[in-house]
Design a protein around this ligand. Structure first.
Ligand SMILES: [Zn+2]
Length: 384
């Protein structure tokens, strides 16, 4: 039987602001933190519980018994009031997670809000200073072992460097403004891991890092975004901040195995790991390779880019669902193993082709096309 308090709670939950999770905006939350006075989803409730009852006291709206004073607290606060308090000073570079984002992002967002109260006390936001240094575990380029490396971020130098030994020259110098950072936990196999992707000598390079402490990896991620936003603001002073934020690092639109073959019916199928990073479709032998075997720029439909779906494969048992990516220079014959997987790839590639190019996209296109037209020994476009 629904008692009076549960009925009141259900009415409160329907109010604007309370009808989505206070932390990840998941619709119809059926949990609450009754000391904070917020309505939250099941996933966020378990993170709240993990912080301890001295921070957040969690109850189910229907399955738990509620005291009058607890319901009163929910009525007094609610998601809108709590957001005004706990999110008052969220820096624009901070990635506000949504319900589909990796666990580390959501958990650190919640801990930053209520445990560390970073957005009530901006002096606690160590990632805003434009410089950061510390140790991260980095995967070796040739072997798969992770080793401790010192990383140094400098906004004034526009660099992220890493050192094998602190007293020696850096082993790698990455241009901060051209760096993409993506969360890729399932692939790396570590919850608190990031993939750094950047261009070096006209070719993409991937670096994989992790840290045992989720807060550390989250701070590095935000520090990189923050420094990048500042650099963008200097480079494009008249562009509104809201537009610049769209150019900050984003997770890959899609990753997974596909089959790739040549244009002739006799060409063999090869299984490749594909990654769509904004407009760059890369393929690799293995998911954690340091370099892609090939890179395809996915331009706009008005420039001759399109997708074609073929109905039949050409004999390879697993490459059952073929499609073609047509670029002005070449047609790429690809295939997925399942119908669903092909649909997902088609959808994400179609979206990319329909989207108009930003100035940054054009720069990448110029680099990749120049690369294709030079007789470089590492011809990234001849890779199969
Ligand atoms: Zn949630």
């Amino acid at each position: 039987m629904v008692d009076h308090n549960q009925k009141l709670l259900q009415e409160l939950q329907k109010r604007s602001g309370n009808n989505v999770c206070a932390d990840c905006l998941n619709p119809d939350p059926d949990w609450a933190s009754y000391n904070l006075g917020i309505f939250i989803c099941m996933r966020c409730a378990s993170i709240h519980r993990g912080m301890g009852a001295h921070i957040s006291k969690v109850k189910h709206l229907k399955l738990d018994r509620w005291e009058d004073s607890q319901v009163q607290r929910m009525k007094e606060v609610g998601n809108v009031t709590a957001r005004n308090k706990y999110e008052e000073r969220v820096p624009p570079c901070y990635r506000r997670p949504n319900r589909n984002d990796p666990q580390v992002l959501i958990e650190q967002w919640i801990r930053a809000k209520y445990e560390r109260e970073e957005f009530c006390h901006p002096e606690r936001q160590s990632y805003l200073s434009g410089s950061m240094q510390g140790f991260l575990m980095k995967r070796g380029k040739e072997d798969s072992r992770y080793q401790l490396r010192k990383f140094i971020l400098s906004e004034t130098e526009d660099t992220l460097k890493y050192h094998v030994r602190e007293d020696k020259e850096p082993k790698g110098v990455l241009k901060l403004s051209e760096l993409n950072v993506a969360f890729a936990p399932p692939k790396i196999g570590h919850m608190n891991s990031m993939q750094l992707t950047f261009m070096k000598d006209g070719t993409t390079r991937h670096i994989y890092v992790y840290h045992e402490e989720p807060e550390v990896i989250s701070n590095w991620y935000t520090a990189i975004r923050c420094a990048q936003l500042h650099l963008l603001q200097v480079a494009f002073p008249s562009t509104p901040e809201s537009d610049l934020i769209h150019r900050l690092p984003r997770d890959f639109a899609r990753e997974g195995w596909l089959w790739k073959t040549g244009p002739r019916p006799t060409d063999a199928h090869r299984r490749r790991w594909f990654t769509l990073d904004n407009r760059k479709l890369m393929y690799h032998d293995e998911p954690l390779d340091a370099y892609p075997k090939g890179e395809i720029f996915v331009g706009n439909e008005s420039n001759g880019y399109c997708i074609r779906v073929s109905n039949t494969g050409n004999g390879c048992k697993e490459a059952r669902f073929p499609f073609q990516l047509v670029t002005p220079e070449r047609t790429y014959c690809l295939a997925a193993t399942t119908h669903e997987d092909r649909d997902c790839w088609l959808a994400v590639l179609q979206q990319t082709i329909k989207r108009s190019l930003t100035p940054q996209d054009s720069t990448i296109e110029a680099v990749l096309v120049r690369k294709r037209n030079t007789s470089n020994p590492i011809n990234i476009f001849s890779g199969r």
